[in-house]
Design a protein around this ligand. Structure first.
Ligand code: P6P
Length: 344
């Protein structure tokens, strides 16, 4: 991550977006409003998450989402915050969320815009009750012209994203954003109540000594996946000739933010626990936005067999295997999978 040049130090998110629209022409007014609205919603989510046991926000909501996962109260709260914040502004034609079976149409009483917003309102929510970082992940697509969008209009490959970002609610609340021209980091100044630029053109080192994976699934992995991890675990005694460290937060946002900050490889591979699922993470609102950000930071992101951003979605809540982070490690792991496939 490059330090913020003096000329940029302390720039607010609003000023950054105005300059991206007015001076660089990277975005239009609707997209600027969209990002500002999402950022404001993330501030509200940060406040709700920060209440912890002092607010009536911990524990389960007693309901299940479309994934069949038990919803935490904060899953529902965060989803409602993002829906309510985005309905009335006239910048969206539709929204889709991990927490909702079908896309959410913009009510007829509000004007419709040109963009589609897809999000995971609170990623890693199983960590909430134990006070470990969680986050919000979002992806922005263009709505097909004139469409009153249904699910099919959302099913665009990740290369069609015009913006993506995440907020991580940790020791500080950080918003990471790409508009397709590099990756930028903003930290929430709670006294001002605004996001302030704290990192420009974040870059991921091509090599790393750190990997992130849930090792408890080892016996369920495909052979090339086991071979890759065995290479890392062999350290200086194995073919890689160096030792590796492991981290696993079980909050994708926290693991990806660490990788964006100091490098690493994050893997959630296909496993045979449930052969009907090609992985745990969802393409549209986890893999795609994170892959866009990682590639914009000079990293790589594949399914182990193809570039994530090239995957053509078939369903809104489709899952994919995820390998992302330091380019040379992602390429090594992907090459092992391709060699295994070629060997049949
Ligand atoms: P596991 C959180 O539930 C999540 O979707 C990601 O944020 C995280 O990387 C992964 O699942 C953790 O999965 O199997 O380790 O609990």
């Amino acid at each position: 991550m490059s330090s913020v040049p003096a000329s940029s130090a302390g720039i607010s998110l609003s000023r950054f977006l105005i300059e991206a629209q007015r001076d660089q022409g990277h975005i239009d007014a609707q997209l600027r409003l969209l990002i500002e609205v999402v950022a404001r919603a993330c501030k509200r989510i940060s406040i709700a998450v920060g209440r912890g046991a002092l607010g009536d926000v911990l524990g389960t909501a007693g309901t299940e989402n479309v994934q069949g996962e038990t919803q935490k109260k904060l899953d529902v709260i965060s989803n409602e915050i993002l829906l309510e914040a985005n309905e009335w502004g006239g910048h969206l034609a539709g929204l889709a969320s991990e927490e909702m079976d079908h896309p959410h149409p913009i009510p007829n009483r509000y004007p419709k815009g040109e963009y589609l917003l897809v999000f995971d309102p609170l990623d890693g929510s199983s960590n909430i009750d134990v006070n470990i970082s969680v986050g919000t992940i979002f992806s922005v697509l263009r709505c097909p012209p004139g469409a009153n969008p249904d699910e099919a209009d959302f099913l665009q490959p990740g290369t069609r994203q015009v913006a993506a970002g995440y907020a991580v609610y940790g020791s500080s609340t950080v918003l990471v954003l790409t508009l397709g021209q590099g990756v930028y980091q903003f930290t929430l100044d709670r006294e001002q109540g605004s996001f302030v630029l704290t990192g420009t053109r974040l870059t991921i080192p091509e090599d790393t000594g750190e990997f992130a994976i849930n090792m408890s699934n080892l016996r369920h992995w495909e052979a090339p996946m086991r071979r890759y991890i065995e290479e890392l675990l062999a350290g200086t005694t194995g073919p890689r000739g160096r030792d590796f460290n492991m981290r696993w937060v079980a909050s994708m946002v926290a693991d990806v933010h660490r990788i964006l900050t100091r490098g690493g490889i994050f893997i959630y591979p296909r496993d045979m626990k449930d052969p009907t699922k090609p992985g745990k993470l969802r393409l549209m609102y986890e893999a795609n936005p994170m892959a866009f950000i990682v590639e914009q930071a000079g990293g790589a992101a594949t399914t182990g067999r193809q570039r994530i951003l090239d995957v053509v979605p078939e369903t809104l809540h489709q899952r994919v295997p995820v390998f992302l982070g330091s380019k040379n490690e992602v390429e090594r792991a992907t090459e092992l999978h391709r060699m295994a496939d070629a060997a049949g």
